[in-house]
Design a protein around this ligand. Structure first.
Ligand code: ZN
Ligand code: ZN
Ligand code: ZN
Ligand code: ZN
Ligand code: ZN
Ligand code: ZN
Ligand code: ZN
Length: 418
């Protein structure tokens, strides 16, 4: 209410009916400053209020530089010194005068200001020299490696060249290629360098020749005969190796329990062939009496031989040269049983295998230690020209599915294992 009355006191309408007494009375009333709410603690007579407000530090007034800002007098000094766009300022570096507005632009770009190089090279200089330094003699100015196009500071470019994959280096063989990017050198040396030592492609065959690549053609022509001979020798060595491996392999698959079960499939065709050709010998796979024992083999003549020819099947056993012969006892003296197996139905008929057991005759040549002479074919072995007649084979169940089973069993009970 008081604030309203104070305001009304200045409304000219009220002076239409002047009343000096009431005026005096009102103007003597005590009041706060109208900036009370902003923080002014002033109180006084109403007629002193106007004078107070004029100098009240909480009153806003225009900047005397007419920059357009309105501010309280308590902020004015700061404004005039630091903020006012129309203030006059002197640059500390170049000494020139600027308006506040211009100074804001000038600040940070004064050519006389001393600044550090933005590449962090440590150099400090007047700003006006900076651009020349940064692009010219700054030891850390950015640059590109001209070989790999990657970005570097110039001070480490030299170090980079020591590892740059595209940096050109000379061929260590001093060939006619001048410089090669580092990453291509390996391929160059391996495949293209004419001065690189090349190994003769017949190295595998034993040629030890090495020469610069450009001499290789000449070597291949000159050493043609030598190369062919080397290849031939290699083939021979490898053939021997293969034979040795085959032997080892067959030794591994050979039966070593003293029993051989020998199936002869296609009996009737084989018999017919034997009847035409006479004395066709069929040989069984070799077998051992035991792991390190005697090596044996059966022989069968389906159409017989000697006294059994055309009427009987003849069956023999022979001792072959084996790996362990020198450790074994000679002559071979262990009982052997020959069997022809009955393949009849085990449920409906009683099986009767043909079985013949015999003791080797120690005077018989074949039971002595065999020679390893492959041409010594004189030893047919020991056995029976008339082992079983064709009729007996046919009339019984010894042939089934056109196959015949012959079994030989060595009595190994007395064999002394070396
Ligand atoms: Zn005030
Ligand atoms: Zn101002
Ligand atoms: Zn300046
Ligand atoms: Zn620098
Ligand atoms: Zn590079
Ligand atoms: Zn080269
Ligand atoms: Zn060669």
């Amino acid at each position: 209410v008081l604030a309203l009355m104070v305001d009304l006191a200045f409304v000219p309408l009220l002076t239409i009916y002047p009343d000096p007494d009431l005026d005096n009375e009102i103007m003597s009333l005590t009041t706060h400053c109208s900036n009370y709410s902003s923080g002014c603690k002033w109180t006084g007579k109403l007629h002193n209020l106007k004078a107070h407000i004029d100098k009240c530090s909480y009153s806003e007034r225009e900047c005397p530089n007419r920059c357009g800002a309105r501010l309280r007098s308590m902020k004015l000094a700061d404004h005039l010194e630091y903020e006012c766009l129309k203030r006059r300022v002197t640059c500390d570096f170049c000494g020139k005068d600027f308006s506040g507005e211009m100074m804001e632009e000038h600040d940070g770009s004064c050519p006389q200001e001393s600044v550090h190089c933005e590449n962090k090279c440590g150099a400090k200089m007047l700003r006006k020299y900076l651009s020349r330094h940064v692009t010219g003699d700054c030891p850390k100015r950015p640059t590109k490696c001209t070989h790999c196009s990657k970005d570097f500071n110039i001070d480490i470019l030299q170090t980079h060249h020591g590892t740059c994959s595209r940096y050109p280096i000379g061929c260590p063989n001093r060939c006619d290629v001048l410089k090669i990017p580092r990453e291509e050198l390996e391929v160059h040396l391996k495949e293209h360098c004419k001065s690189a030592l090349t190994i003769c492609p017949f190295k595998e065959a034993g040629c030890k020749h090495k020469c610069p690549r450009y001499h290789l053609d000449r070597h291949l022509t000159e050493a043609n005969t030598t190369h062919i001979k080397a290849m031939f020798d290699l083939v021979k060595t490898q053939r021997n190796h293969i034979t040795e491996l085959q032997k080892q392999l067959s030794d591994l698959t050979v039966n070593t329990n003293g029993t051989l079960l020998w199936k002869i499939p296609g009996y009737s065709q084989k018999l017919q062939a034997a009847q035409k050709e006479k004395a066709i010998e069929m040989r069984s796979p070799p077998f051992y009496t035991h792991r390190y024992g005697y090596k044996l083999q059966l022989s069968a003549f389906l159409n017989g031989n000697g006294s059994g020819l055309n009427s009987h099947m003849s069956l023999y056993i022979r001792v072959l040269p084996g790996e362990y012969d020198s450790l074994l006892e000679w002559p071979f003296s262990h009982d052997i049983t020959f069997n022809i197996l009955d393949q009849g139905d085990p449920l409906s008929s009683k099986r009767s295998h043909i079985s013949v057991r015999f003791t080797p005759d120690p005077t018989w040549k074949n039971f002595q230690q065999p020679t390893t002479d492959p041409n010594d074919d004189s030893t047919l072995g020991f056995g029976y020209p008339k082992f079983v007649s064709h009729k007996e084979l046919k009339d019984n169940c010894y042939l089934k599915g056109n196959s015949l089973f012959i079994k030989a069993v060595v009595d190994t009970s007395r064999i002394v294992i070396p």
